[in-house]
Design a protein around this ligand. Sequence first.
Ligand SMILES: Nc1nc2c(c(=O)[nH]1)N=C([C@H](O)[C@H](O)COP(=O)(O)OP(=O)(O)OP(=O)(O)O)CN2
Ligand SMILES: [Zn+2]
Length: 165
Amino acid sequence: MSGTGSAQSNEPVNNNDQKRADPGRRVVYVSRAESFSACHRLHSPSLSDAENKTLFGKCNNPNGHGHNYRVEIILKGEVDPVTGMVLNLTDLKQYMKKAIMDPLDHKNIDKDVPYFQNVVSTAENIAVFIWDQVRKELPNPGLLYEVKLHETNNNIVYYRGDWSD
Ligand SMILES: Nc1nc2c(c(=O)[nH]1)N=C([C@H](O)[C@H](O)COP(=O)(O)OP(=O)(O)OP(=O)(O)O)CN2
Ligand SMILES: [Zn+2]
């Protein structure tokens, strides 16, 4: 086993597991979770009523259905040597209130949130919406690493800002 960068070593290392002259700063992941309740209906305007029913089944119920969503916002950044923080979690709470809770909690996602007027309110699309919303609030949007959205206890999506090629 290499001595450099082993579990026992506290010495600064770079990605190639070699000693560096400049120790740099530790990069840490920080997260905060919130829960919100909302209703929606899975229905694509690009499909017929029959196709929607076949595709989405009970989730296409015309009067909608509800979820207790749980969302986790994960930041990745350097620990500031003065504050000891990547970002003050008390500030993140406020950003999440404005970006997530205010627009989504106790709302009909399809009818109350203009973004979903023509976008199907799947967990994937809600995670993307939350990503864009949170980035707008953060003083340094580059800190945002991942949005994790639990639509149910079993159904979970992740978004890390990726686009296809
Ligand atoms: N790729 C996706 N598939 C589905 C989504 C989604 O957002 N993305 N959403 C739904 C429904 O809205 C809903 O989440 C499904 O609910 P349900 O089947 O009840 O969820 P569970 O599997 O957790 O519940 P069970 O207890 O297992 O019935 C459908 N598909
Ligand atoms: Zn649903």
